[in-house]
Design a protein. Structure first.
Length: 154
């Protein structure tokens, strides 16, 4: 849910790399995690979601109650050292890096892109282009994780 809106990506010339580290509101994400970490009893904090059909974030769509004993969050760039990512990571008890088989990851991404309307050619181009560039950056940060899990299947 912390993807920048498509209108923002377009105005900043970033639509063609949506999903890259610079296309996220890292400070917003870090602030949400800080709020959840410091949440008062009985308080509800609302987190955004991401609607794949719209390809847009949806603000305030996931209620997080203070009584929830475990919050699991996911972020490709949580292990980055730039921007607000270290602040976000500092809110976590542990960080795990999931390291999937590359060929299976490619196939999964291509299928996902096609499921959401891209042609087979466009899906493959995106998965092996922008997505792969992002994956290489993400993989370079794996050593910062508390645990690395090799995933043989998706």
């Amino acid at each position: 849910g912390f993807h920048l809106a498509n209108s923002v990506l377009l105005s900043n010339g970033l639509r063609q790399v949506k999903g890259a580290i610079q296309t996220f509101d890292d400070a917003g994400y870090a602030n949400l995690l800080l709020r959840i970490r410091d949440q008062n009893p009985g308080e509800v904090i609302y987190a955004p979601s991401f609607d794949r059909g719209l390809e847009e974030p949806i603000a305030g769509s996931i209620p997080v109650c203070a009584e929830v004993p475990l919050v699991v969050t996911e972020g490709n760039y949580l292990l980055a050292e730039a921007g607000a990512w270290p602040l976000a990571r500092g809110c976590l008890t542990e960080s795990w890096f999931l390291d999937p088989d590359r060929a299976r990851r490619h196939n999964w991404l291509i299928t996902r892109h096609m499921d959401y309307g891209k042609s087979a050619e466009d899906a493959r181009s995106w998965a092996l282009g922008s997505d792969e560039d992002n994956a290489r950056l993400i993989e370079s940060m794996a050593h910062r994780a508390d645990r690395v899990l090799r995933v043989k299947g998706l």
